[in-house]
Write a protein that binds this ligand. Structure first.
Ligand code: AMP
Ligand code: MG
Length: 394
């Protein structure tokens, strides 16, 4: 599946739109940060040589606030009252913090602590230097990273854009409008969940709602979605039922790989490339059972979408070995089980997991209490105290 998808073409976005995305090119600083030497504290700019023997008194020549561009010169025996972030005046080489001083006259300050040259001075380019590569291509831009881009006036950067993903659900039994349930109907839940999971994965989602289990309707919706999106995620209709229309339609209009995976939950899955104009749009056909839908999104769709959005590392969730606090029982069935567990770090600093509750693929409520998946190989499961591999979901 990963071989079937390629990274989207990079685009220039503003730095605040780029957080969470992958940089497509190195970012080279065109400005110094800070742009001038300035004071790290509120206090008095002095010549260190003047405050060797303390206490001593200095003549205060003025006051300088952050942002004030006035040029001052501090001479021997002088001090300038100065606020955090203000430009270091010529002549001074250190700042005495206000807590170590006392005003003793209209224009006189007593210095109680001697300071070495450079004390409380933030040199020019102490954070970022012009010409330096601040972030290399492939970096995932964090919120702080976006702040750094602002600090160097890199207003637009080349990133792999958010994948535009069309989301739809199939199933004539599904009710979305809050109306009373008629016999055989259930409330739709996957669209809500998947829209949020996609958004958390930095995708730009178009929620097309529930599409009827009708081949011609579904075909029209899918082809239309393929024209305006980078990928399509569907829920339901990929299994072995007589009304599994997603399977029927995609078999006709896309190059499909129908999968029956030896995992539990999420056995059925569909991946394919939908032919739309001259493009091949990846389609991720998730099963309808809510837990299966979520797990197959995590295990299969999300890594592929991350690859499309320029990620090369951590395509799948990180795995870590944890200690089972409760038994994780399962039956031998030839499958790998992804059991929903609650994970927390114990007092010993080790990750510990316990069963999050009933493990049926229709039981989303217990899955909702899980923050990790225990990867339990075929067999009888594990006992309390055993070590188990765990995928952290957030
Ligand atoms: P399917 O994959 O279409 O065969 O559906 C499998 C099971 O999941 C059935 O019990 C469906 O009613 C249920 N299901 C399918 N889609 C959804 C959905 N969007 N929300 C809640 N349950 C669903
Ligand atoms: Mg169905």
């Amino acid at each position: 599946m990963l071989d079937g998808v390629v990274a989207l073409s990079p685009r220039e976005l503003t730095c605040d739109d780029s957080a969470g995305l992958v940089l497509a090119r190195d970012v080279v600083a065109s400005e110094n940060v800070p742009p001038f030497a300035n004071t790290a504290v509120d206090g008095y700019a002095v010549r260190a040589a003047d405050v060797v023997d303390v206490p001593c008194t200095l003549r205060v020549i003025g006051t300088l606030a952050a942002g004030d561009g006035t040029e001052w010169h501090v001479g021997a025996g002088e001090a300038l009252r100065i606020m955090t972030g203000a430009v270091m005046p010529a002549g001074a080489d250190a700042v005495v913090m206000v807590e170590d001083t006392e005003v003793v006259g209209e224009q006189t300050v007593q210095i109680r602590k001697s300071v070495a040259a450079g004390t409380a001075v933030r040199p020019i380019a102490d954070d970022v230097r012009t010409g330096e590569v601040v972030f290399s291509a492939g970096t995932v831009l964090s919120a702080a990273g976006a702040g750094v881009l602002s600090s160097i006036n890199a207003r637009r950067v080349a990133v792999f854009p958010r994948a535009r993903v069309a989301l739809l659900s199939t199933g004539d039994e599904l009710v979305t409008d809050g109306s009373p349930l008629r016999r055989g109907q259930i409330r739709e839940s996957n669209l809500t969940m998947l829209e949020l999971l996609l958004a958390k994965s930095e995708c730009e989602v178009t929620n097309l709602g529930v599409v009827a289990d009708d081949e011609s309707v579904l075909e029209r919706v899918l082809l239309d979605a393929a024209r305006n999106n980078d990928a399509i995620v569907t829920s339901g209709g990929v299994s072995m039922g007589d009304f599994d229309v997603v399977k029927a339609v995609l078999s006709r209009i896309a190059d499909m790989q129908w999968m029956q995976m030896s995992i539990k939950p999420a056995k059925p899955f569909a991946f394919g490339l939908l032919r739309a104009d001259d493009r091949r749009v990846p389609v991720f056909g998730l099963p309808g059972n809510p837990v299966s839908s979520m797990i197959s999104f995590e295990l299969l769709a999300r890594p592929a979408l991350r690859k499309m959005m320029g990620h090369t590392r951590d395509l799948v969730r990180p795995s870590i070995l944890a200690l089972a606090d409760s038994p994780l029982r399962r039956k031998p069935d030839g499958k790998m089980h992804f059991m929903r567990v609650f994970a927390h770090f114990g007092d010993d600093g080790r990750l510990r997991v316990r069963d999050a509750g009933p493990q049926g693929s229709h039981q989303l409520a217990s899955t909702a209490m899980a923050n990790a998946l225990a990867v339990v190989p075929d067999g009888a499961g594990c006992d309390a105290g055993d070590t188990v591999e765990v995928m952290l979901l957030h």
